[in-house]
Ligand binder design. Sequence first.
Ligand code: GDP
Ligand code: IMO
Ligand code: MG
Length: 418
Amino acid sequence: MRNQADMIVGLQWGDEGKGKIVDHMAQTHDVVCRFAGGHNAGHTIVVDGKVYALHLIPSGVLNPDAINIIGNGVVLSPENLIDKELKQFSSLKGKLFISDKAHLLLPYHAQIDQAKERLRKKAIGTTGKGIGPAYADKISRVGHRVGELQNPEKLAQRILNHFDDNKVLLELMEIKRPQEDELIDLLTHYKDELDCYITDTTKLLWELLNENKRVLLEGAQGTMLDIDHGTYPYVTSSNTISAGACSGLGLNPKDIGKVTGIAKAYCTRVGNGPFPTEDFGEDGKKMADVGKEFGTTTGRARRCGWFDAVAARYACRLNGCDQIALMKLDVLDGFDEVKICVKYEFEGEQIDYVPYDLEGVKPIYKSFKGWKSVKGIKEYDKLPDEAKAYIKTIEELTQTRVGVISTSPDRKDTIVLK
Ligand code: GDP
Ligand code: IMO
Ligand code: MG
């Protein structure tokens, strides 16, 4: 029997702390793979006080022995990768592999994203990075794949044809047709910088699994942002749930092993859209201050609120979670009272599932006595009883065990339960 791949996925609206857990788990894995999303993802990882910001490169990159794969399900911005992320590292040759089937996210995708947001009556609050337009081109079969960088002249011509086919629309959005020579130069630069990483990652991953390498699949965003199962249309444009890993890497369901769902001990959301447990008062403000809830990608303030166990149970079922990693428990330190949303009130009724539309849904809370401090605690037995009771309730309500507890941003401050 071949090894199966372990997976981590976000259970809420993104920014749950996936980067920290992937980095932590990467210490015991040989391969880390991204399967969906693009540089809308932002992961902050702290190792011995040093802070790393990652967007496209898998969070396994801080394990010097791990191989990192960017799968075909990702939309890849060469500009962001070359100018921002790769600069943080010396050389990742032989450590990073990019699928030739991943779709290119080019500067005009970001321009379209931003123009559409400006023109919308109700903006989605996207990251403005071009994610939606890049996926739209892929699904409309007019996208361009990373493998096409092999021939910059031919790719340039295809891009210019695309501009000509959509002339009226693009001019309306004030998006300029690139100059042919400048475009060829830019694509040649992308090719020169990225050629050494581009390969058939599906074949590579199959070979690695056949060799019984330990593989970790790294989800981006979160379940409530999934294009099908999230709070549509206030979602991202990919399948963020565990099922997305199969299509996004070329795996089959039998290749998937243990699934760890990442959830904060409270909830945050950045961008617009329904958020039943959002707290507009002092509590939400305190979570934002103590949790430093500002986006890694856009710097926007994240909306904060209490743990939503209804949404978390839904997310655990959708992803097939074997366990939850409960993050940022320390952010709730010092609250007199902490709350968990146990049900929703919807159209005058109490429900315990996520309905078609979360707009107008009201949370029903259970309150708990708060605790003094869990910050930096590394052993479960040292947690205060109140924190243990809070964790136990999350396990009961989500019908999923909490197997990892995080008590600070640092890699070391992590409780792993046997
Ligand atoms: P991701 O997108 O899911 O990888 O999460 P982000 O990196 O965008 O956001 C999580 C933030 O919380 C980062 O700044 C982390 O350094 C930080 N963080 C992760 N775990 C903990 C924790 O247990 N306690 C505290 N205080 N911060 C944490
Ligand atoms: P990580 O991987 C939090 C949100 C945006 C917006 C919506 C659509 O760091 O958890 P998009 O640019 O994807 O079209 O925006 O999705 N969003 C995220 N929110 N964390 C993320 O990634 C996100 N990626 C997208 O804020 O509401
Ligand atoms: Mg993030």
